[in-house]
Write a protein that binds this ligand. Structure first.
Ligand SMILES: [Fe+2]
Length: 422
């Protein structure tokens, strides 16, 4: 059977080498326009940035594999639920994918056909995550939980330098792209970069234990968009990430050596009045994932799947609204009303169960939230999820329905006892 085209087959690579050291005004206008077009048409970009060396990614993956290999109680010392998990570790079985709770997204899911269908989760994600703050923090903010001190785990003296170094490299690439993108969108040049100053940017690797979750179709991270401005991905050691292009195609992510994948988040959709839509994605265990697990096991390497992810954000106290010509589009002000970025983030965190609900979680333009379920991890059966289609899982659980047992204190599959740490 012919292999489906992957991201490296269908997306062009934008090389930033030619613009480094130039002012935005000196950047090639065609490059700027092509970047804007690619994000408009696909929601994604492949970027080559010579300032981002691959060996930094390896050091980053090595330290995260060691960290997530620790016993659960060691890792839970770094958990900060009172700060909405925006620093430190988030255990598996905590974050609920948006498609489980958002009726608008469920309608969108039903329209996906054939090989473009999402793998349907029925509860919280199987992945863990670590949130590491990158870049300068504001001295005064209305949103202290989103701008908190980073958490440094005990026993990793090199942690801060490895995390700061890799986080800054990915943030630097995204900052350059934001400048080129703003020009390509006809906004002038600095609008996006200015919004990013002192934003709560996060180096936010996910970590999935493929020893206990290495079964075909397991949903490590269910179908969702990212709530931030632009997400940057370096290479992971295990395949499994899929993105949807704007035309509805589901594409496996393969990042060419020396490149990064970027995907639009909700804040970029907001600022462009929907001209660029937040990109959907999921992480599932596939045959290719299992082959990589076997190879890692054979070589005596870790079988934790670590993602190399940075979430870039607009500053929490900045206001999101359609910019420039996007404010003139009919309906754009109604669909994307002015809102502080920190409020938009907090409402999204409420919807996906990372923050206790304080107000209506249905932020304007962010879909209709059905009901935040209890934080139970999804219970997809082996081999069932990849063929579950649009009407439910193999056991006919409806979209939005949540199944699964209570968290049982294990670090595998059903998560840890979240109630104990809230
Ligand atoms: Fe995501």
């Amino acid at each position: 059977m012919a292999l489906e085209p992957d991201s490296a087959d269908v997306l062009p690579v934008f090389d930033l080498t030619s613009v480094l050291g130039l002012s935005l005004n000196e950047a090639n206008p065609e490059l700027c326009a092509s970047i804007a077009n690619c994000l408009h048409e696909t929601g994604c970009l492949l970027v080559r940035d010579p300032r981002v060396p691959a060996d930094h990614n390896d050091r980053f993956l090595d330290i995260l594999e060691r960290y997530f290999g620790l016993p659960v109680d060691r890792k839970m010392a770094d958990c900060r639920p009172g700060l909405d998990y925006q620093v430190g570790v988030t255990p598996c079985g905590t974050e609920v994918p948006r498609c489980v709770v958002d009726s608008q997204m469920q309608d969108q899911l039903r329209k996906l056909k054939g090989s473009n269908r999402a793998t349907l989760p029925t509860g919280a994600d199987l992945k863990w995550r670590y949130m590491w703050r990158v870049g300068e923090r504001p001295s005064v903010t209305q949103f202290p939980e989103l701008n908190a001190e980073p958490v440094v785990p005990q026993g990793f003296p090199e942690w801060s330098s490895v995390m700061d170094g890799w986080g800054a490299a990915l943030l630097g690439a995204a900052t350059t792209v934001s400048g080129l993108l703003a020009r390509g969108l006809g906004l002038g040049g600095n609008e996006l970069q200015e919004l990013m100053v002192q934003g709560p940017h996060l180096l936010a690797p996910t970590a999935s234990d493929l020893d206990c979750n290495g079964r075909l179709g397991a949903v490590l991270a269910g179908y969702h968009y990212d709530l931030n401005l632009i997400t940057v991905h370096g290479r992971s050691r295990f395949p499994g990430l899929y993105v949807w292009l704007r035309d509805g195609r589901r594409v496996a992510v393969r990042i060419p050596p020396g490149c990064l994948l970027m995907q639009a988040g909700k804040q970029l959709e907001w600022l462009t009045g929907g001209y660029i839509m937040a990109g959907m994605h999921e992480v599932v265990v596939t045959e290719a994932t299992l082959a990589a697990v076997e190879a890692a096991r054979g070589a005596g390497h870790s079988t934790w799947r670590i993602s190399s992810t940075v979430f870039t954000h607009c500053a929490s106290d900045a206001v999101l609204r359609p910019l420039g010509r996007f404010a003139e589009q009919p309906g754009s002000a109604e669909a994307y009303p002015a809102i502080k970025a920190g409020d938009q983030v907090q409402r999204e965190l409420e919807a996906i169960c990372l923050r206790k609900v304080t107000a209506s979680p249905a932020a304007a333009g962010a879909g209709q939230v059905v009901r935040p379920p209890s934080p139970v991890a999804n219970k997809t059966e082996p081999g069932a999820a990849s063929t579950s289609g649009l009407s439910g899982t193999a056991n006919n659980t409806p979209i939005g329905g949540v199944t699964g047992g209570l968290n049982n204190g294990s670090s595998c599959a059903t998560g840890v006892a979240i109630s104990a740490v809230r």
